[in-house]
Design a protein. Structure first.
Length: 262
């Protein structure tokens, strides 16, 4: 019986070098991830971003949904009896305070337990802006806040939301310290304006405090809005997605130039 000649072994292909990964910020969101797209602005389509994540059905998003449901109830309490009934005004303030507390709690839960989801990143700021919109429009409707103040704040708030969607494919714009200061000033300024201050001792003192906080909130709102616009333009110009598009355009231009020379 003739022996079959042994087949020569195929040369093994050299192993591909591992793809360099981005530095990861410490925290629960970074566990098992190549990078943390929720805390740094990177291209969501980048291959280093994991495709799977926490379920949208979690306690943080439930609190966000509750805050959205409280908005029409809050508006009804604020506008009841023309906004002049102290009992309904205190009730409106209580609902507003509960909603703002849930805003702090759901954010802390999402970050500490790794529950940040795409739904939460979209729904959470929408819930906040819906509540602020209802409060300012309601206070302007009953003549306690000038409409121009409401217009400035709402154009900035919803305009920045539109800008976030404009750059979402280039990266995530994280909230900065200025945004947090703006939110705090708006919360306390609107909260004091919701109080039936005429029924309290020293009503002029409460009026001055409320208007001082709201005035500071308007200034910080405008300044941070301009800063967000600058960040958005810079993010679009420096993101990985833009770099890939520029490289692709340069490659096409080089090929066309080679074809013309040949």
């Amino acid at each position: 019986m003739t022996e079959r000649p042994e087949r020569p072994e195929r040369p093994q292909r050299p192993a591909r070098p591992p793809r360099p990964q981005r530095a990861v910020r410490p925290g629960p969101l970074a566990e098992g991830r190549a990078s943390d797209p929720y805390r740094v602005g990177i291209d969501p389509a980048s291959p280093v971003v994991p495709e799977t994540g926490p379920s949208a059905w979690n306690i943080a998003n439930y609190l966000t949904g509750l805050r959205l449901l409280l908005v029409p109830f809050f508006g009804w309490l604020l506008l009841a009896h023309g906004g002049g009934d102290p009992t309904f005004r205190w009730a409106a303030f209580a609902v507003f305070a509960v909603a703002m507390v849930t805003d702090r709690i759901d954010g802390d839960l999402a970050r500490s337990r790794g529950l940040v989801t795409n739904f939460g990143k979209v729904a959470d700021p929408i819930a906040d802006k819906a509540l602020v919109t209802m409060a300012l429009v309601g206070l302007s409707s009953i003549g306690e806040v000038p409409w121009w103040v409401t217009a400035i704040v709402l154009v900035r708030e919803w305009g920045i939301t539109a800008v976030r969607f404009w750059v979402i494919r280039h990266g995530v714009m994280a909230a900065g310290r200025g945004g947090k200061v703006k939110t705090a000033l708006q919360t306390f300024g609107i909260g004091f304006l919701l109080w039936p201050r005429s029924t309290l001792p020293l009503p002029h003192l409460w009026d001055g405090l409320a208007w001082g906080l709201l005035g500071a909130a308007v200034v910080v709102t405008v300044v941070t809005g301009v800063d967000y616009l600058v960040q958005a333009v810079r993010l679009r110009e420096t993101s990985e997605r833009t770099a890939r598009k520029r490289a692709a355009r340069a490659a096409r231009a080089a090929r066309r130039a080679d074809e013309r020379r040949s």
